[in-house]
Design a protein around this ligand. Structure first.
Ligand code: HEM
Length: 493
């Protein structure tokens, strides 16, 4: 079966069944959350279109917080679950820890729902200090506490999960081998699959990000508990953006693991670790620590060398990971006897979406440009591009592959074409309205646009038409893929 992710041959049929059931549960959680969070995004565009003029703006901000955190979290856990399944070909992660991470995720999400929808906590997804501590009568004190507790629960669950995957890798490969260092010195021994290399790089970076989050939470609690201790706002901003930037980048890289592992099954060409791939991903491991500085260009108190380093790191980080992967994807597909299925099409489009969003991100990370684009809709434009049309498509591609593997039902080619068309037209149309808004200086995070940038409301209205197309595509996709995942619960072969 050329297109199957085969669980380690040493594992019994029961073990394989349990992994499939676990992965199917994760995929269904991810696929159920997606349309709900998408509708929250549509709700924000409806408010920005001025179609709900009597709505209190604080609802916009509560929904924005839930949508942002929900989306970032959903795709991170989806990517972790999918990568765990892919890794079972080579190593043995713990299923119990993955179930535990699911419990922590559901508990954290339930608390977030209460915090935002009951408490109207509306600080935005990266809860920039000191905003959470100044509710200004909009949200009650308990909402800030509940938010901090929910972050702590998610943080513990995800950190243990990341540690377990690294433990599983370390039991089979040494850290040196997992990071493919012998390849850099010209030796292709021991053989390391790209999935192991990229996952190791991603998880080490993720742990650094989680560590920053722990420091952030402890400092926040110290201040919020009324000890008289006051935080340094610049330090807090650095910690927040380090954590947020790393989390988002890691999700992208975990999506790329799936592409490296699954796409070759459809092109019948192997995609192995090479010296270039090893150098590229080790460079990422280093540069990902510094690229986040580009979020602080407007902070004049940040030392200047950090700003320069931020620009240099932002430019160079796009070369190893993105360029090497995009170029390799093109080589993999070019003149290959490709089997274009829903899975391979979405994965290919995902890599191209990453490229487009990456270019827009590099433009924004240029200090001279950032001066104009900072906090305009250009920012959501670029990160929505590499999320929605990048990592989301990669993960939907993986789920389609997984559903095909467990159901073994033939694909409906006509439906695949319709879904693809709706995703591309709906997705890029929706994004274009963000880009046009950014180019016309429409600010981000405005519930209601002032007279000076009223064209923002027109873009929001047009965007809603495209969002409707995308939503239709997502529903068709869910019908097609969701039911294919169900047999994973039925058989133990
Ligand atoms: C069609 C799907 C989506 C729609 C309609 C949508 C819509 C929106 C809108 C209108 C905003 C507020 C923009 C502003 O600042 O004025 C926003 C923010 C955001 N969205 Fe989405 N979005 C979608 C998909 C996604 C996806 C896939 C992600 C993936 C992680 C995502 C993550 C975020 C984040 C992190 C924010 C920032 C929230 C904040 O500023 O605190 N969105 N989205």
């Amino acid at each position: 079966m050329a297109n199957q992710v085969v669980v380690s041959p040493a594992w019994s049929g029961v073990e394989q069944y349990r992994w499939r059931r676990l992965t199917a549960t994760w995929m269904l959680v991810m696929l159920c959350l997606f349309p709900v969070l998408l509708l929250l995004g549509a709700f924000m565009r409806i408010v920005q279109a001025n179609w709900l003029p009597t709505l209190l703006p604080e609802w916009f901000y509560a929904v924005m917080t839930l949508h942002g955190l929900g989306m970032v979290g959903t795709w991170f856990v989806g990517a972790m679950a999918a990568v765990s399944y892919v890794l079972t070909q080579y190593v043995r992660p713990s299923r119990a820890i993955s179930w535990g991470a699911m419990g922590a995720t559901l508990l954290g999400v339930a608390l977030l729902l209460v915090t935002t929808l009951v408490g109207r906590f509306g600080v935005g997804w990266y809860f920039l200090y000191p905003l959470p501590f100044y509710p200004a009568g909009v949200w009650p004190t308990w909402a800030t506490w509940a938010f901090l507790v929910s972050l702590a629960i998610l943080g513990v669950g995800w950190t243990v999960w990341a540690l377990d995957l690294l433990r599983a890798i370390a039991r089979t490969y040494s850290l040196r081998a997992a990071l493919a260092w012998p390849y850099i010195w010209g030796r292709a021994e021991p053989e390391v699959p790209p999935a192991i290399l990229i996952t190791t790089v991603s998880l080490i970076s993720a742990l650094a990000g989680f560590l920053a989050a722990v420091i952030l939470l402890v400092l926040s609690v110290l201040e919020w508990a009324g000890t008289g201790f006051t935080n340094d706002a610049l330090l807090m901003k650095n910690l927040i953006f380090f954590f947020g930037h790393v989390l988002v980048n890691i999700t992208m890289y975990l999506g790329v693991v799936l592409v490296y592992d699954v796409l070759p099954r459809y092109s019948a060409r192997p995609w192995k670790t090479t010296r270039m791939v090893a150098i590229a991903w080790n460079t990422v491991l280093f540069l990902v620590l510094f690229a986040y500085f580009h979020h602080l260009y407007m902070d004049f108190v940040q030392p200047q060398w950090m700003q320069v380093l931020g620009q240099v790191a932002s430019y160079f980080i796009s070369v190893p990971a993105a360029v090497v992967t995009i170029f390799s994807t093109l080589v993999l597909v070019y003149r290959a006897s490709m089997r274009w299925t829903l899975s391979s099409i979405l994965m290919y489009l995902g890599v191209m979406g990453w490229a487009i969003g990456g270019v827009a991100a590099v433009i924004d990370s240029t200090i001279a440009v950032n001066l104009r684009f900072h906090n305009t809709l250009w920012v959501p434009a670029h990160f929505h591009t590499y999320y929605l049309m990048g990592v989301v498509l990669m993960l939907l591609g993986f789920a389609a592959h997984f559903g095909q593997e467990v159901s073994r039902q033939p694909e409906n080619g006509r439906l695949t074409k319709i879904i693809t068309a709706l995703f591309v037209i709906g997705g890029y149309g929706f994004l274009l309205m963000f880009y046009l808004g950014g180019a016309h200086s429409v600010p981000r995070r405005y519930a209601v646009y002032p007279q000076e940038v009223l064209q923002g409301a027109d873009y929001a209205r047009i965007a809603l038409g495209f969002i409707a197309l995308l939503f239709l595509g997502v529903m068709l996709y869910l019908w097609e893929t969701g039911r294919r995942c169900l047999p994973a619960f039925r058989t133990s072969e």
